[in-house]
Design a protein around this ligand. Structure first.
Ligand SMILES: NC(=O)c1ccc[n+]([C@@H]2O[C@H](COP(=O)([O-])OP(=O)(O)OC[C@H]3O[C@@H](n4cnc5c(N)ncnc54)[C@H](O)[C@@H]3O)[C@@H](O)[C@H]2O)c1
Length: 347
């Protein structure tokens, strides 16, 4: 099987776990899908990387991935050791809260991102930069288009769900998928899963809430009110898609607790009604780690994009968007999204 060549923009915590997983000689424990589009993990090769933090630029990718301000506790990361992290694009203001954690010295954008991408042989650019950088994300998308590279947008910036951008990728015979990664077993997935199960068992969900506390750079970033609102809307829409527009739900990151590092604690409360309006309530606490919760989804999405390109399918492919992301061009129930993805790609 030929290689899948991937470039990454944003060498944060989720990329560190992705690299750690790709560094393991034997099949890692807990891999969700061994083969996607017939492609195995060993076929994935990282060929270029971009970041804006001075502590990461110029370093081999495998070292940069475990450099501050990343908070993951990892060793023996070897994948990406031959790749030097290059200076990336930055066209937006970094949020007031995250600014102090990042070391940004130069703000001018290098002009050669498209060339670096093309020269590296990358087929897919994985966008894992901090959230809240809409203009920057669009600029990466433009560079991917120029270089003839497909795009996976893990960030909440509107890229794949912007029909004009999706059309440009389709016309270039490229794939674009996103937006805002849905963690494998995170708050949004569990919230949707419980609503789906209520429906399956014939009771009606009435209302629910989910409050999250986390400790990574992204949780700190989300203390910005505009960003909090953006992420809240994305999560709300994804959850509402399980049960219908009139559903009452409150969700989103509530606070940053530094010592939690990459951990996230989500508290859920649900109310539902059954026969003769009898009430059911659920109180639930979920503890997860953000970065490893992203890895399986990223690995699956990358391989599905490559397989679709080979099949001659382009643009914002709905089976990939609905499986891997929260804000998608068309929403599907979480169960159907997994079934459709597996039917098409998991062999
Ligand atoms: N489970 C998950 O990890 C998860 C789930 C959903 C969405 N996401 C999204 O994925 C993205 C990455 O998440 P993370 O936890 O790895 O983030 P992180 O905060 O750990 O890392 C972000 C990295 O991007 C770099 N960066 C910031 N701006 C950049 C730019 N303009 N160009 C290049 N690099 C830049 C930062 O220096 C940092 O290294 C975020 O947008 C997040 O919202 C992650």
């Amino acid at each position: 099987m030929e290689k899948v060549k991937v470039a990454v923009a944003g060498v944060g915590n989720s990329i560190a776990y992705l690299l750690k997983t790709l560094s393991l000689k034997n099949e890692p424990k807990g891999i969700w899908h061994q083969k996607v589009g017939g492609i195995e993990l060993k076929d994935i090769e990282i060929v270029a990387a971009f970041d804006i933090d001075e502590r990461k630029i110029g370093k081999p990718l495998n070292e940069a991935a475990i450099t501050e301000p990343n908070v993951v506790d990892l060793s023996d990361v070897t994948a990406g050791e031959g790749v030097t992290v290059q200076r990336g694009i930055l066209l937006d203001e970094i949020s007031y809260f995250a600014k102090d954690k990042l070391r940004i010295e130069k703000t001018e954008t290098p002009k050669n991102i498209g060339k670096v991408l093309a020269d590296s042989g990358a087929e897919i650019l994985l966008l894992t930069i901090s959230s809240g950088l809409q203009k920057t994300s669009e600029a990466y998308a433009e560079q991917a288009l120029n270089a003839g590279v497909s795009l996976v947008n893990a960030t909440p910036s509107t890229i794949a769900s912007n029909p004009a951008i999706a059309k440009k990728f389709e016309e270039r015979r490229l794939v674009v998928v996103g937006d805002d990664l849905m963690s494998q077993f995170g708050g949004t997935a569990l919230h949707r899963g419980i609503l789906n199960f209520m429906k399956l068992r014939g009771i009606s969900a009435v209302k629910s809430y989910q409050v999250d506390v986390g400790g990574g750079l992204e949780s700190l970033n989300t203390m910005d009110e505009d960003l909090k609102e953006l992420k809240k809307n994305i999560k709300t829409n994804a959850i509402v898609s399980e049960v219908g527009d009139s559903y009452e739900v409150v969700t989103g990151t509530t606070d940053y607790v530094e010592f939690m590092k990459n951990k996230r604690v989500s508290h859920f409360w649900f109310e539902a009604e059954g026969l003769l309006g009898k009430k059911y309530t659920i109180d639930l606490l979920l503890t997860t780690e953000d970065a490893p919760n992203a890895t399986n989804v990223l690995l699956d999405v990358i391989r599905a994009v490559k397989y679709s390109m080979k099949r001659g399918e382009y643009g914002a492919i709905s089976e990939i968007c609905n499986f891997g992301f929260k804000k998608t061009p068309s929403q599907k129930s979480i169960e159907l999204a997994v079934r459709e993805f597996e039917k098409k790609y998991c062999f």
